[in-house]
Design a protein. Sequence first.
Length: 76
Amino acid sequence: MTKINWDEFKEYKRGHSKAADNFLVLLNFMQSYYNMLSVNEIYETLSSDDLALMMLKKRDLKDAVALEKFLYNRRV
């Protein structure tokens, strides 16, 4: 399982607006830095990290299906 490299995330985040939602930036980071395209893999990685898990809980994303709906709805 992949562990989130928070130092690399901080570097990645510098290229984004300070007003950008950290969770959305994290999702973009996961997709680009780790080349993760599987929602199941992204969810598994996020749910195994304490900080990322708090972000999931804040948005009431309890499984990969909910994360997939969240991703789809923000792109529509």
